[in-house]
Design a protein around this ligand. Sequence first.
Ligand code: ATP
Length: 358
Amino acid sequence: MSSVTLDHVHKRFGTAKGVEDVHIHIESGEFFTFLGPSGCGKTTTLRMIAGFYYPTEGSIRFGSQEVTAVPPHKRNTGMVFQNYALFPHMTVFENIAFGLQVRRVAKGEAKERVERIMDLVRLTGYGERRIDQLSGGQQQRVALARALVIEPQILLLDEPLSNLDAKLREETRFEIKRLQLELGITTIYVTHDQSEAMSMSDRIMVMQGGEVQQVGTPHEIYHFPVNRFVASFIGETNLWNGTIVGVEGDEVKVRTASGQVLTGLRQNASPKARIAAGESVLMSIRPESIQESLVTEGENVVTGSVEMAEFTGACVNYVTRVGEESLRSMSINLGRPIKQRGETIRLQIPKESIYFTE
Ligand code: ATP
């Protein structure tokens, strides 16, 4: 297995920007995800790692080996594409064995390796089937087996679940994670689906417009988003603007546009947020941290009018108008009566749950 380093990598297509200044180190054995909306540069970055594109600037290393200008077939990476790119006229066995044939692995050994990998991806017994006789989920597993059978140093997956229906997608993501843990293989995964990224990855790189926004664990990205884009792209959040009216010890008091004064904690701030009296800040508050308050007054208790109530069984979700702002909350159902549209509601915003971003 190998680590992967991208050292200030840029890719331009003529004058058009592809990706700009990607500078990351992916550890050996890590499950690392490129996440972002369409056109943000995920696939371009992955293709440079595979060798299908060469960087305009910067360099790429696998471990200590420089690979920036090495062609794809000499990189020892296994890749699964969005459309799988399987050979429809060949059997499952032939598809998986293809990479071994190209590498001139002896027949007996190839057969053994293909059978072992078919077992690993739970395709035993399907060797003689043609690709067009398989379900989408089975085709996906053939694509994975074909990438893994060559025993790559690095596994590259480009939106590998996008052709599957929702249920199968969920099952398959656990399968991929299981395989990755079992093999301990360095894996780079491209997706625009934040829940996929959150549930599978050791670390995530969030991209937008060809630029890296944040790199961190799912926990860091979710709880400490560095800016508005990351905060709203990952999960749901409330974004409130405000002005700092005082900083006392750890506590930061912020007046919102509608005149509410909320208290947050100084340590819950992105490095770029300026925490000082008079500064403008953006607060990110996750809906699930806000609970209905049983007291009418107190620190961070806000009063508003219910705009929308949604009962999902386990949860009660409200959208509440608080002055000029709207606040989404998501509370565990404790059996209390559900407030209706237009009713007054009091909500408690724990001060630990306010994150100052930019
Ligand atoms: P998607 O999820 O839609 O595949 P992505 O995040 O993978 O999007 P990329 O395919 O990496 O995005 O594209 C990044 C930018 O580079 C886009 O603006 C795209 O138009 C541009 N781009 C990508 N490949 C080429 C190319 N071969 N020629 C010109 N521009 C390109």
